[in-house]
Design a protein around this ligand. Structure first.
Ligand SMILES: [Zn+2]
Ligand SMILES: [Zn+2]
Length: 139
């Protein structure tokens, strides 16, 4: 890798991180790609995928799997739960921690070494609930 390639990669990675943060609510690679391309039109989808993979491997970005097994990226990489809208599929953070890793004993874990806890809640987001009401003629 020569110096200019390295610099370009760093720039792309920074833009990708910025895009994830600005898009907020757990964007997918496609949404991140659209955003990055506005600033760096020559960026390819495979570059975005590759960099997202690296950022996730390094623990800089968290990942959440959506209903369609599509991966959503999360700039908040601390332990937290997610709620997914069963209608539109958007994913939001939930500020509760129903399970405490340190409180689980080896017996409770069937002898497993715990790596992560993922608790996913499913519901209907305010926008979809509102749309549903309108469809039913309730105002
Ligand atoms: Zn929704
Ligand atoms: Zn999150």
């Amino acid at each position: 890798m020569d110096g200019s390639t390295g610099r370009r990669n760093t720039r792309q990675r920074k833009l990708i991180l910025k895009a994830v943060e600005e898009l907020g609510c757990h964007p997918t690679a496609d949404q991140i790609f659209d955003r990055v391309r506005r600033e760096l039109p020559r960026t390819s989808l495979s570059t975005v995928y590759r960099n997202l993979g690296i950022l996730a491997d390094q623990g800089i970005l968290g990942t959440v799997t959506g209903a369609g097994k599509e991966v959503h990226y999360d700039h908040n990489n601390s332990d937290h739960c997610h709620i997914r809208c069963s209608v539109c599929g958007r994913i939001c953070d939930v500020d509760v921690h129903p399970l405490d890793k340190d409180r689980l004993s080896p017996e409770e874990l069937s002898g497993f070494v715990l790596q992560e806890i993922s608790v996913n809640l499913v519901g209907i987001c305010p926008e979809c609930a509102e749309a549903e009401k309108e469809r039913n003629g309730i105002r």
